[in-house]
Design a binder for this molecule. Structure first.
Ligand code: PLP
Length: 377
């Protein structure tokens, strides 16, 4: 059966450039800490990748710490803020990824949550009021966490303004740019975030590798202790194949950024096709959003039913937040936007990317519309 993969925000297909770099890096013994020629060669590979990843977000290569993914990068950023900067409270948004929400809630610090508007965007006024309340109750610096683009709605957040606000309050800002990087331009100095996190597999690199990029130098407060790899920030022999693949994917994503116009046109064609048949379908995050993402609900039809019908037709998409037990819970992102649980349970996410084709979109439109027509009867 022909199939169409429209779940890039879950994980993007491996780019050919990343595959080549990954396999090449695994050709020889590769421990960048070894002093012999193999070690030096491995270090050279990691250095090239570090530069490529830094270039993608206009950062300095020496500020890149490779991790096992976006989850570890977010956890490490929180750790640095807690241990290194001694923050006294956390101000996070309800639309953050679980890899920010959960460690924040377990950090043992007072944690304040800001909800988003119905458009999926966090309001700066709400953020400022919450930060003010946090500091009034717990004097001292806070850590504000605001992602650059949401994984479910694609809604782009006012990160540069939030960083200005945080800094005016002698606080720090963590920006999870995992979904934004490779889809829109990301510039660390313009965003002025203190911590920025990335994940390779969201932009066509391998899974199991990511990065934390810091604006300043920090005394290491590693999650894993052991060898002094990554300047003491992240112990453990480097995942060189993953790192090389990440670098190559970052370079390819950067070069192919103009291709995102085509992706946006495909996403718009998809949205128009679905709305033509079901005009009452709500679209979530319709303001400024990622060019590849469409979050839409089918009235009265549970997300699982839609995902299964699409899967039977060969189209892969996601529903809300699928938890590890396989049971689909209503998306915490949509509920943090004020959506009633019933509506949140009907929303699914289409996400396109570098290899998406018009026929993928057409197959998705046909399958989703067939289901709607069947259900309407
Ligand atoms: N942050 C966001 C916004 C994400 O969408 C994800 C993955 O879904 C992560 C962080 C976690 O990244 P990783 O899968 O590399 O741990």
């Amino acid at each position: 059966m022909n199939s169409s993969y429209l779940d890039y925000n879950a994980t993007a297909p491996l780019r050919p450039e990343a595959r080549t770099a990954l396999l090449a890096a695994l050709e020889a013994p590769a421990n960048p800490s070894s002093v012999h020629r193999f070690g030096r060669n491995a270090r050279g590979i990691a250095d090239i990748a570090r530069g490529q990843v830094a270039d993608l977000v206009r950062a300095e290569a020496r500020r890149v710490v490779f991790t096992s993914g976006g989850t570890e990068a977010n956890n490490l950023a929180l750790r640095l803020a807690l241990e290194g900067a001694g923050v006294k409270s956390l101000v996070i948004t309800g639309i953050e990824h679980d890899s920010v929400l959960r460690p924040a809630r377990h950090a043992g610090l007072p944690t304040y949550e800001v909800v988003a508007g119905a458009d999926g965007v966090v309001s700066l006024g709400a953020l400022e009021a919450t930060l003010g309340a946090a500091q009034a109750a717990h004097p001292g610096p806070a850590l504000v966490a605001l992602m650059l683009a949401n994984n479910e709605t694609g809604a782009i957040q006012p990160v540069a303004e939030a960083a200005r606000l945080a800094h005016a309050h002698q606080s720090l800002l963590l920006c999870d740019a995992v979904q934004a990087a490779g889809k829109i331009q990301v510039n660390l100095s313009q965003l002025d975030a203190d911590f920025l996190t990335l994940s390779a597999h969201k932009l066509g690199g391998p899974t199991g590798v990511g990065a934390l990029i810091t604006r300043d130098d920090w005394t290491p407060a590693p999650l894993l202790r052991g060898g002094g790899q990554e300047k003491g920030m992240r112990a453990g022999t480097e995942n060189l194949g993953g790192i090389a693949g990440f670098g190559a994917a970052a370079a390819a994503a950067q070069q192919g950024m103009y291709g995102m116009k085509t992706v946006a046109a495909l996403r718009d064609r998809l949205q128009a096709g679905l709305l033509a048949v079901c005009p009452e379908a709500p679209v979530y995050g319709t303001g400024l959003r990622l060019p590849n993402t469409l979050c839409i609900g089918m009235p009265g039809v549970p997300a699982e039913t839609q995902v299964m019908a699409l899967d039977l037709a060969g189209v892969a998409v996601s529903a809300g937040s699928a938890c590890s037990s396989g049971k689909v819970t209503p998306s915490h992102v949509l509920t943090a936007m004020g959506l009633p649980e019933a509506a949140a349970r009907e929303a699914i996410r289409f996400s396109l990317g570098w290899a998406s084709r018009p026929e993928d979109v057409d197959r998705a439109i046909e399958a989703w519309c067939k289901l709607w027509q069947r259900k309407r009867k």
